[in-house]
Design a protein around this ligand. Structure first.
Ligand code: HEM
Length: 331
């Protein structure tokens, strides 16, 4: 078969793949899987740090200078760190599935975030490598965590779009007042700052990720923890204020419900934060705090999304708005 024959069969295969688009529920599930896997990898990454396994595989991309994979000599720390590296493949599979599903459904509004999630995995793999090669420098550990928060935000956005289409909702949320929208942006910025400060507390504190990694940020642990916790009070205040404003203005849509969920998650996370601080940072509680940080962030982004006009969503069966390109239609 010549080159043109191969191109024709590829074109035929792609066209038939797209001829039966996945159901809106299948699309929603694909993005839920991508979101869950992005969260799982943050928590398992936290477990690597908290079990002091950060240099369990001391080099990158190989595990040791002599071996691509973990060896018996690397012990439990090696298995934990290498296991986390392997989870990247599960995450990649979930994100690639989301890319394919969005493409088959002709959802350009989902294809872009899915592509961004894929690019994010490549960036995180590089940054994870830099983290190991710099001997767990706290600034690279912070960047690694915060980039994951960015990817979680993208996954939440895509999942929210896919869910609106699956439920046949009107996703425009037209009745939200400008002041409330502004308040939601402020709240999101405050939570983002809490996350940055949280990673600063971690970079200052004792859980560096390995006994050998002595580098810590030059702050007073008590003071940064205090600032981190003080900002949480601002987040609680803003959330309650927005809830009251939403009630008083009779704002329609899911905003009130999402704010209530956010308030519950923030209060629970705050309680875990104080508990771990007062008990000298036991690893299990710190691990729960890492999961809690992801859940707070997910609830925050969902709250923000409930305030805005999300253009392009109305065309969830977008054959008419995203006409099939000539190459896919075999023209
Ligand atoms: C909205 C509530 C909160 C959020 C979203 C949040 C988020 C975070 C994040 C993202 C980290 C860094 C995790 C990592 O780098 O692996 C962190 C660490 C930390 N947080 Fe919070 N936090 C919250 C509330 C609190 C409160 C109220 C306290 C009370 C003092 C607290 C105490 C700490 C401490 C001590 C650490 C360092 C733990 C370590 O050694 O790794 N947090 N937090």
């Amino acid at each position: 078969m010549g080159a043109s024959g191969a191109a024709r069969s590829l074109q035929h295969m792609l066209t038939s793949l797209r001829s039966r688009p996945p159901s809106p529920t299948a699309v929603r599930r694909a993005f839920l899987a991508a979101l869950v896997m992005n969260t799982v990898i943050v928590v398992t990454g936290g477990a690597v740090r908290l079990t002091a396994s950060g240099l369990g595989c001391p080099t990158f991309p190989r595990c040791t200078d002599d071996s691509l994979v973990v060896t018996r000599e690397m012990g439990a720390h090696g298995v934990i760190e290498f296991g986390n590296r392997m989870l990247t493949f599960v995450l990649t599979a979930a994100v690639l599935a989301a890319v394919v599903v969005a493409w088959r459904a002709r959802r350009r509004d989902l294809l872009r975030p899915a592509g961004l999630l894929f690019a994010g995995i490549l960036a995180q793999a590089l940054l994870g490598g830099v983290t190991v090669l710099t001997g767990l420098n706290p600034v690279t550990v912070m960047a690694h965590f915060l980039l994951s928060m960015g990817l979680i935000a993208v996954a939440v956005l895509a999942h929210d779009r896919a869910s609106a289409a699956a439920a046949g909702d009107d996703p425009e949320h037209d009745g939200v007042r400008g002041e409330i929208r502004l308040g939601a942006w402020l709240l999101t910025a405050a939570v983002a700052l809490v996350l940055v400060l949280g990673t600063t507390v971690t970079g200052t504190g004792p859980h560096s990720g390995d006994k050998e990694a002595a580098d810590r940020l030059p702050f007073d642990l008590e003071t940064v923890t205090q600032v981190h916790a003080d900002l949480v009070f601002l987040v609680v205040g803003l959330t309650i204020g927005l809830l009251l404003a939403v009630r008083a203005s009779g704002t329609p849509g899911p905003l009130a419900g999402r704010l209530r969920v956010l308030l519950g998650v923030v209060l629970a996370q705050g309680a875990v934060g104080y508990a771990q601080y007062l008990t000298d940072l036991p690893v299990l509680l710190v691990g729960v705090h890492v999961l809690g940080a992801c859940l707070v962030w997910i609830a925050t982004v969902r709250t923000l999304l409930a305030t805005g006009t999300r253009s392009g969503l109305r065309s969830a069966s977008p054959a008419e708005s995203h006409p099939e390109p000539a190459w896919a239609a075999g023209r």
